[in-house]
Design a protein around this ligand. Structure first.
Ligand code: NAD
Ligand code: UDP
Ligand code: UDP
Length: 359
């Protein structure tokens, strides 16, 4: 076991590509779709650090050039502005397919507080974009993988379990999804992407991997995309009340982004198709999360209750025994240790160089 930069202990030369000193590995050509986004850009950092050639394909819908700007100019790095809904010809060994309009504020727009026609218009627009990316975009990336013989990894989501009737969720659980609800474009879009991935695997012999990612947070997260961790952290820094939806007793499990990236790389390099749950089994109610944010950022932060969104899952917690056993992976960063790691980044992006005295 060796000590890594995130303070965790991981197996030497494990599936993540940390090769023991002195052993050379082939330099890979790796495509990361959605690589200018939150998770994608951290993955790109690790792949670049490993010495690979990395191509990022991103349409900057929710991603930002800033997230990868530090690699521009490196001859091993290439950034292509492209929408995966359109076909593309590239020569690569591995494809991490992350491209997805992942920001929930769009699909969970709260109709109670919004002009109804705007809600429907924006929702229909978003739902179409979502399905095109998840269905046509995934199909194109699988077609590319087939043509060049690349290994393909899909970043699916815990949302495929819907409002789960099994707790914690195991990969064999088929889920409880409302096919006609406001969240279904996300849930069903990803479920279709999983189906396509398995069909190309069985039908065309593509090497595939499927990750089901649970709520993830960390630096470079979108500040105003409406997710609970980014909302609470930004609100505490701006000295605004923390908005708890519903009674705040619903639960989620929050994973720090470096743990997820390690899991994705182990999955890609390993021998198992999956699906694998990648998440932190620590389960928190939204009220508990608000308390941790108070402890970490501002003990005086107030809590304000707001109506909850439709079809909000009551509970979510991953069973990660499969990933522990087959990938030798488990998260090492707790919520209390991870939250402070995103505060500096959020402060910088919210306040820039202005003076502020919070945290
Ligand atoms: P993100 O929005 O930061 O990143 C997604 C990236 O995809 C963005 O850079 C966006 O511009 C790009 N993109 C969107 N549509 C595209 C298109 N049609 N063509 C090209 N690029 C496109 O989101 P993230 O949190 O980094 O999520 C990455 C992946 O992980 C997504 O597939 C998401 O569904 C999955 N996931 C994330 C979480 C989480 O908590 N962050 C949880 C479950 C699953
Ligand atoms: N595709 C792509 N890049 C490639 C190969 C394929 O974007 O290098 C797209 C292609 O345009 C098609 C999709 O992937 O829309 C599925 O390709 P496949 O060969 O599986 O099916 P077909 O072309 O027969 O529809
Ligand atoms: N939530 C909240 N306050 C906020 C934003 C979200 O209480 O400001 C709640 C939301 O209702 C849900 C949970 O936090 O129960 C997680 O929401 P998020 O959008 O982050 O993730 P997802 O619902 O996709 O798991």
């Amino acid at each position: 076991l060796d000590e890594d930069e995130f303070g965790g202990r991981r197996a030497m030369g494990g599936a993540s590509g940390r090769v023991p000193l002195g052993i050379k590995r082939k330099r890979l050509r790796v495509l990361v779709t959605g690589g200018a986004g939150f998770v994608g850009s951290h993955l790109v950092d690790r792949l670049m650090e490993r010495g690979d050639n990395v191509i990022v394909v991103d349409n900057f819908f929710t991603g930002r050039k800033d997230n990868v700007v530090h690699h521009l100019g490196n001859p091993r790095f290439e950034l292509i502005r492209h929408d995966v809904v359109e076909p593309i010809l590239l020569e690569v060994d591995q494809i991490y397919h992350l491209a997805c309009p992942a920001s929930p504020v769009h699909y969970k727009f709260n109709p109670v507080k919004t002009i109804i026609s705007f809600y429907f218009l924006s929702h229909v627009w978003f739902s179409r974009k979502f399905h095109k990316t998840n269905v046509v975009g995934t199909l194109n990336m699988l077609g590319l993988a087939k043509r060049v013989g690349a290994r393909f990894l899909l970043t699916s989501t815990s949302e495929v379990y819907g409002d789960p009737l099994q707790h914690p969720q195991v990969e064999t659980y088929w889920g409880n999804v409302n096919p006609i609800g406001v969240r279904s474009c996300y849930d069903e879009g990803k479920r279709t992407a999983e189906t396509l991935t398995m069909d190309y695997h069985r039908g065309a012999g593509i090497e595939v991997r499927i990750a089901r990612i649970f709520n993830t947070y960390g630096p470079r997260m979108c500040i105003d995309d409406g997710r609970v961790v980014s909302n609470f952290v930004a609100q505490a820094l701006r000295r605004e009340p923390l908005t708890v939806y519903g009674d705040g007793k619903q639960t989620r499990s929050f994973q720090f982004v470096s743990d997820l990236v390690e899991g994705l790389m182990r999955l890609m390099e390993g021998d198992h198709v999956g699906p694998f749950n990648l998440g932190n089994p620590g389960e928190f109610t939204m009220l508990e999360l608000a308390q941790v944010v108070q402890e970490v950022i501002d003990p005086n932060a107030k809590i304000e209750f707001r109506p909850n969104t439709e079809d909000d899952p009551h509970k979510r917690k991953p069973d990660i025994s499969k990933a522990q056993k087959l990938l030798g992976w488990e998260p090492v960063v707790s919520l209390r240790n991870g939250l402070p790691l995103m505060v500096a980044d959020f402060k910088q992006r919210i306040f820039g160089n202005q003076r502020e005295d919070v945290g």
